[in-house]
Design a protein around this ligand. Structure first.
Ligand code: SAM
Ligand code: SF4
Length: 493
C-alpha cells in the first residue's frame, strides 16, 4: 500500500510566516492542498522543500521518531511544530539531522527496550556534533539514568514538561550538555501555536492529558502525570481552525478521554463538548479515544444517537473478563458493571461498533479467569481487540505482586484469546457482505484502481474504483468480500 497518510502528505496547520517567526516566507500551496490528491501534495512538498532548505540553513535539521500510541503521535506533531517555529527543518533520516529526538513509549518493556537500542546506535557517532534528545514516557520513567546509560544524550524530557520545550531547547542549543524536563507536578497542557500534522484529512487533538486512575499494571500515571483537561473554548477554537484548513475528521484524544473536565466557566460535559465539536461547519466526522468504562455514561450514547457526525465507534478497554482480576488490576469496575456499559451502547438507536484492549497473564490469573475473559468475548462480540501479554513495569503496584505467570504460559493464553476473537470476527465480518458504508479514502494501492479507507465505525475497507484522485474524499462502498481480518468492496454509485 502506498499510503498518503504516512507518505508525503505532511501538512502545516498555519502559514510558514508564523513558523519562521514572521520572516516573510509563504507556504500557501502546502496549506491549501490538504484536500487534493497525492500528486498535488508532491508539488506542494517540492516548494516546501526549497523553503525547508533556507530554514535549515538558519537553524539546523531535526529527525523525530515516535514510538507508541496515538497520543505520542500527536505529541510529536506538536513537538515538530515547536521545532519548525524555531527555524529547524524536518528530515527523514537521522544521518542528515543535527538534532535527533526519540518520542518514546514505556507501556510495555519491549517498547522501552527499542529506545535504548536506538540510542546505542549513536554511541559510536558521538563526535559528529549532533544533539540527541529522549522525550516521552521512557524519558519520564528513566530520568537522569538515561545520561548514565547513554552519555551522548543531551535532553531528557517527559510529556508533562512539553510546555517548557522551547526553553529547554534554547538551553541545549546554548551548549548545555544535560538538560532535563521531568516535573510532573503541573496543571498545564501542551498547546502550541504551530502543529505539523501528518495526516491531511484527519486531525488528532488532545483534550485531556495525564491520568488520575491507578490501574495497578500501568505506568502512564507515573509517566504522564495527573489529569489536565484543556479548556473547551481553546479546543473549539482549534477545531474551527482545522475545519477551515480542510480537515473533515477530528479525533479527540486522551488516556481517559471521557473523564474530560472543562476547566473554564462553561464547565462543558464531555458529551456537550462532542456535540459542540460536531456542530463546527465543515467537519464531517468526530471520533474520540480512549474511553474508560467507569466514566462512560448514557449521555455519550445519546449524543452519538442525536448527531450523525459523531462516529459510531467506541473503544472501551475491558482488560479482563474476571471480576477477581479486574479488582487486582484496580480497574474500578466489575465484569457485571462493564457489561451494563455494553448494554447501554448496544441500546443505541444506530449500531455502534465496540473495540477493546485485553491483558493476559496478569499475576495470579488462573485458567478460570481466562475462561471468564473468553466468555466475555462471546457475550460482547467485539468488532476488534488489541491484546497484550502482561508486562511488569517500574513504579507500578503490580510489580510487587507474587504469582507471576511464566512467559510461555502468557504466550499460550494470548494465542487462545486471539483465536477466539478471530472466530468472532470471521462471523461478524461475513455478515457484512452486501452492506454499504461511507468511507473516507486515505490510501491508494500500487495496484491499479485499488484504494482503502475507513468507515465511521472505524473499519478499514480495501475497495476498487475506476475513479481517480479519491484521496481525502468520501465515497460509498459495498462490501463484496470478508476475511477474519478485513473487508473488501467496490465503490457504489
Ligand atoms: N487509558 C486506557 C484505558 O484505560 O484503557 C489505556 C491506555 S494504555 C496506553 C493502552 C493499553 O495498553 C491498555 O489498555 C492495556 O491493555 C495495555 N497495557 C497497559 N499497561 C500494560 C502492561 N503493563 N502490560 C501489558 N499491557 C499493558
Ligand atoms: Fe493506564 Fe488505567 Fe490510566 Fe488507562 S486508565 S492510562 S490503563 S492507569
Amino acid at each position: 500500500m502506498l499510503n498518503c497518510e504516512t507518505g508525503m502528505g505532511k501538512t502545516f496547520d498555519i502559514g510558514l510566516e508564523r513558523l519562521t517567526g514572521g520572516s516573510g516566507f509563504s507556504i500557501g500551496s502546502a496549506i491549501t492542498t490538504k484536500n487534493e490528491d497525492c500528486a498535488a501534495q508532491v508539488g506542494a512538498r517540492a516548494e516546501a522543500s526549497e523553503l525547508d532548505a533556507i530554514r535549515g540553513a538558519l537553524r539546523g535539521t531535526f529527525f523525530l521518531e515516535t514510538f507508541g500510541c496515538q497520543m505520542n503521535d500527536h505529541d510529536s506533531e506538536k513537538v515538530a511544530g515547536v521545532l519548525l517555529s524555531r527555524g529547524y527543518t524536518q528530515v527523514e533520516s537521522p544521518d542528515s539531522a543535527s538534532l535527533i529526538l526519540y518520542n518514546t513509549c514505556s507501556i510495555r518493556e519491549k517498547a522501552a527496550q527499542k529506545v535504548f537500542s536506538r540510542l546505542g546506535e549513536f554511541g559510536l557517532k558521538q563526535d559528529e556534533g549532533r544533539i540527541i534528545g529522549v522525550l516521552g514516557c521512557v524519558a519520564q520513567q528513566e530520568g537522569e539514568e538515561i545520561f548514565r546509560r547513554a552519555p551522548w544524550v543531551s535532553l531528557v524530557c517527559g510529556s508533562a514538561s512539553y510546555s517548557k520545550l522551547p526553553e529547554l531547547l534554547a538551553r541545549v542549543e546554548a551548549g548545555n550538555q544535560r538538560v532535563t524536563g521531568l516535573d510532573t507536578d503541573t496543571d498545564e497542557t501542551f498547546e502550541t501555536p504551530v502543529t505539523r500534522r501528518d495526516n491531511p484529512w484527519r486531525a488528532y487533538l488532545t483534550i485531556i492529558e495525564g491520568c488520575d486512575k491507578a490501574c495497578s499494571y500501568c505506568v502512564v500515571p507515573y509517566t504522564r502525570g495527573p489529569e489536565r483537561s484543556r479548556g473547551s473554548d481553546s479546543i473549539l477554537g482549534e477545531v474551527r481552525q482545522l475545519a477551515e484548513l480542510g480537515y473533515s475528521e477530528v479525533q479527540l484524544l486522551g488516556q481517559t478521554v471521557n473523564s474530560y473536565a472543562d476547566p473554564t466557566a462553561r464547565k462543558m460535559r464531555f458529551s456537550e463538548l462532542l456535540l459542540a465539536v460536531a456542530e463546527t461547519p465543515g467537519l464531517r466526522r468526530v471520533r474520540f479515544t480512549t474511553s474508560h468504562p467507569r466514566d462512560f455514561t448514557q449521555d455519550i450514547v445519546d449524543a452519538i444517537d442525536t448527531q450523525p457526525k459523531l462516529c459510531n465507534h467506541v473503544h472501551l478497554p475491558v482488560q479482563s473478563g474476571s471480576t477477581r482480576v479486574l479488582r487486582a488490576m484496580q480497574r474500578t469496575y466489575s465484569r457485571e458493571e462493564y457489561l451494563e456499559k455494553i448494554a447501554m451502547i448496544r441500546g443505541a438507536k444506530r449500531p455502534i461498533s465496540i473495540t477493546t484492549d485485553i491483558i493476559v497473564g496478569f499475576p495470579g490469573e488462573t485458567d478460570e479467569d481466562l475462561a471468564e475473559t473468553l466468555s466475555l468475548l462471546d457475550v460482547v462480540r467485539y468488532d476488534a481487540m488489541f491484546s497484550f501479554k502482561y508486562s511488569p513495569r517500574p513504579h507500578t503496584p503490580s510489580l510487587k505482586m507474587s504469582d507471576a505467570i511464566p512467559e510461555e504460559e502468557k504466550s499460550r493464553r494470548l494465542g487462545i484469546l486471539q483465536e477466539k476473537q478471530r472466530e468472532i470476527q470471521a462471523v461478524r465480518y461475513a455478515t457484512m457482505v452486501g452492506e454499504r458504508f461511507e468511507l473516507l479514502v486515505s490510501g491508494k494501492s500500487r495496484r491499479e484502481n485499488q484504494w482503502s479507507g475507513h468507515t465511521s465505525c472505524h473499519r478499514v475497507i480495501n475497495f476498487s474504483s475506476q475513479e481517480q484522485a479519491l484521496l481525502g474524499k468520501y465515497v460509498q462502498v459495498v462490501v463484496t468480500g470478508a476475511t477474519p481480518n478485513g473487508l473488501s468492496g467496490e465503490q457504489a454509485p
